[in-house]
Design a protein around this ligand. Structure first.
Ligand code: NAD
Length: 500
């Protein structure tokens, strides 16, 4: 792919003709109500497009179509190898449109174009290919029954899957849901965040072009309390997969109980500890990883290492390295390929982050870098990496998910104290450990209540490893073959044999 310059990206952006329609039953369409809402570019506050504001009526229609297509077997009864080929074609079409997708993602939610192009979009394409490739290689089981019985334990597609996703990695989080769900034979309704609907809308036509039968993949843009709630309360959605905040995740579980007990799988928030021990192999490397592990994607990352736990004896040496590493992560125009940090997704989120910064100051922590909005002349929502030192783990900025570029530095004196602090959180999504001591790393990793633990790295792992949290970080796992469990029901078929 040719690499575009800043000017070329700006040119491309100015020529865009953005589609803001819903995609229902194989057609782009307005919301039934005819209502729209504005999609704002967080880099300048300008309106990019009017988006179809779907509500419960659109949900009713899309769900009935999804149910019909599922029951017809037009996709669900295809052989795994046939579904594989279609999804591979889908991935190839995504690849052909990678530049366009990267541009939409960057304009829509403010992340640097180099990251959309080199991380988000290729990772989403890889995810579609991965599940396509996997689906015709999975075998079912035969149980160890008595001699006069044969029992098959099989997995079959669950039916209508609704996927409600957030705005921080819009297409990538979407792909982690729709790729395994489609591969398993389900009909899928994707509901992107109202803050970042553009790539979800764009890919719908590619899915159909790839050969996914009409109605198997639909996209409903709109607000959470309108489209999301209606999907969650639907009697005909069989499985609801969600990535987003813990608050909304809990609500979805209630909606399931109030309706048809649909399976609800939640990937929610985090406040992940990144623990640097005094015997860390390379302090500079750990400092750089700590900075990127917290501030990547403007800090809008569920697994961001927002609590830096540092062993007291190396703190004086470590802190200047950490602050220096932040110099490489400074806000700039997201369309500039040299930019390493983009804009916060919208003014609401920016104000929320600034509010937490005020609370940190009020509760007695000290800012050692950042802390203020920048680049205001652009009309956009920019904020540099902000580090609070002298944080107590009981403080609000150490307990609540801020979801912006704010790090809380907490010191400890030994491994036992580090573990206690790390686990003192309602969340349990991820954790990092930096040490040269193999024994210690294993013991600490085992003691941490987190879904992913990274030793001497932060946020590593490709599609082969599961991703998800303990405690109030959710109950689901995305990625890897484990993710497929969510999109299938387990069936036992037992045959009684005639014994001679
Ligand atoms: P959010 O919970 O506000 O919204 C997520 C989605 O839910 C959006 O599509 C939204 O429209 C929808 N929604 C909102 N209210 C709803 C309702 N009442 N009923 C149904 N749907 C509703 O989260 P967000 O601000 O978009 O994303 C940030 C959150 O996502 C953070 O908490 C972050 O940690 C989390 N996240 C988690 C993971 C993970 O894998 N664990 C990954 C990325 C983001």
């Amino acid at each position: 792919m040719t690499l575009l310059t800043y000017l070329q990206w700006q040119q491309k952006a100015s020529e865009l003709n953005i589609n803001g329609n819903a995609y229902i039953n194989g057609e782009y369409t307005q919301a039934i109500s005819g209502l729209t809402f504005k999609c704002i570019n967080p880099a300048n506050g300008e309106c990019l497009a009017e988006i179809a504001r779907c509500n419960k009526d659109d949900v009713k229609l899309a769900v009935s179509i999804a149910k019909q297509t599922f029951e017809s077997g037009v996709w669900s009864s295809q052989t795994p190898v046939a579904r594989k080929k279609t999804l591979q074609k889908f991935a190839a079409l995504l690849q052909e449109n990678a530049q366009q997708l990267a541009l939409l993602e960057t304009l829509d939610m403010g992340k640097p174009i180099s990251e959309s192009l080199n991380v988000d979009i290729p990772s989403a394409i890889n995810c579609v290919n991965w599940y396509a490739e996997a689906i015709d290689k999975i075998y079912d089981e035969v149980a160890p029954t008595p001699e006069d019985q044969v029992a098959f334990i099989t997995r079959e597609a669950i039916g209508v899957v609704a996927a409600i996703v957030p705005w921080n990695f819009p297409l990538l989080m979407g792909s982690w849901k729709f790729a395994p769900a489609l591969a398993a034979g389900n009909s899928v309704i994707l509901k992107p965040s109202e803050k970042s609907p553009l790539t979800a809308i764009f890919i719908a036509q590619l899915a159909e072009q790839a050969g996914l039968p009409q109605g198997v993949f639909q996209v409903l843009p709109g607000f959470g309390h309108e489209v999301g709630e209606a999907l969650a309360l639907s009697e005909d959605v069989d499985c609801l997969v969600f990535t987003g905040s813990t608050t909304v995740g809990k609500r979805l579980m209630e909606y399931s109980g109030q309706s048809n007990m649909k399976r609800v799988w939640v990937e929610a928030g985090g406040k992940s500890p990144n623990i640097v021990f005094a015997d860390c192999i390379d302090l500079k490397k750990a400092a750089e990883a700590a900075a990127w592990g917290c501030f990547y994607n403007q800090g809008e990352v569920c697994v961001a290492g927002t609590r830096l736990l540092i062993e007291e004896s190396i703190k004086a040496e470590f802190m200047p390295l950490l602050v220096a590493a932040c110099q490489d992560i400074q806000p700039g125009d997201p369309l500039d390929p040299a930019t390493s940090m983009g804009a916060i997704v919208d003014d609401h989120q920016l104000n929320q982050v600034l509010h937490y910064i005020d609370i940190g100051n009020e509760q007695g922590a000290n800012i050692i870098t950042g802390g203020q909005q920048s680049m205001q002349q652009t009309g956009g929502y920019f904020l540099a990496p902000t580090i609070f030192d002298n944080v107590d783990n009981k403080m609000c900025i150490a307990q609540e998910e801020i979801f912006g570029p704010v790090m809380a530095v907490i010191s400890f004196t030994d491994a036992a104290q580090a573990i206690t602090i790390a686990n003192d959180s309602k969340f349990g999504l991820a954790a990092g450990i930096w040490t040269a001591d193999l024994n210690k790393s294993h013991k600490v990793a085992k003691a941490l209540r987190a879904g992913s633990v990274w030793i001497n790295n932060y946020n590593g792992g490709d599609m082969t490893v599961p991703f998800g949290g303990f405690k109030q970080s959710g109950n689901a796992r995305d990625k890897s073959l484990h993710a497929l469990d969510k999109y299938t029901e387990l069936k036992t078929t037992l045959i009684q044999l005639e014994v001679e």
